[in-house]
Ligand binder design. Sequence first.
Ligand code: ADP
Length: 296
Amino acid sequence: MPFDDGRRLWIRWTQRAIKDDERNTMEYQAVGHDITERKEAEAALLRAKEAAEAADRAKSEFLAIVSHELRTPINAIIGFSKMLGSTTLTLDQREQVEMINSSGLALEKIIADILNLSKIDSGKIDIEHAPFSLRMCVQDICAFFAPKARSLALALDSKVDAGVPEIVNSDESRIRQILTNLIGNALKFTERGGVTLEVSCARGEPVEPGSNRRVARLFFAVKDSGIGIPADKMDHLFMPFSQVDTSSTRRRGGTGLGLIISKRLCELMGGTISVESRVGEGSTFRFSILTDFEES
Ligand code: ADP
């Protein structure tokens, strides 16, 4: 309905017939409710949602293009510095070529992490639900890190509780991603002692009455005897690009995205992540995920 000043109003009409004692219609009553404000609020909300979706699409496209454009020259830097490293060089030159190579690798990791986080944040990753052996997964990860632990003279142990089912249904590659990040960090920030990975499980109800498939919560703990984290830094730890001591992290390498990616992945798998730590004594990162398994 147009106004004098050209504005349009939204009116919701309610009509009813007024009848006499013999049920003859005497008149119709119509009441108009001005719902312009509500309609405008709805339209504004829709516009905001569309704008946010468009911005999100633009961000994803931008990231995809930028990361593609960056990857090509980075691959050239990594590849050619590696080739150069296999030629005859002076000691100084070799050091410089190694710096170029490790910087290229660090850049490659940053791009992969940014893309990974952006995919998670835009809801573009699917969590698998497939059977796999958790014990094998833990063994593989420890075998992967064993040479690094050995080279740092650190112990690396794992302990999987007897109550953990042999086969669980979940997303093995995402669990590996979280564990790789936490164990990688634990080794990175530990100078003596070692790192232990512990896994336990709380078995729950059948997924539906009569089913022999039961829900379970898996608990993981990655403990280290490293440098620890100051209490006032713990709240910010699970935020993008958060690093406790940028000078030492720079020395040890890292993007500051590993923990936020791990947190998001845990949440997608129905779990949480937390940390306890004491400076100079070590840190324990704990996370849980929801899963299910076939009871034999
Ligand atoms: P990064 O790639 O820098 O390791 P993360 O998000 O994985 O990024 O970790 C963020 C920061 O949290 C690290 O830079 C470090 O300061 C701190 N941190 C993570 N794990 C540990 C640990 N086990 N011991 C001490 N500090 C840690």
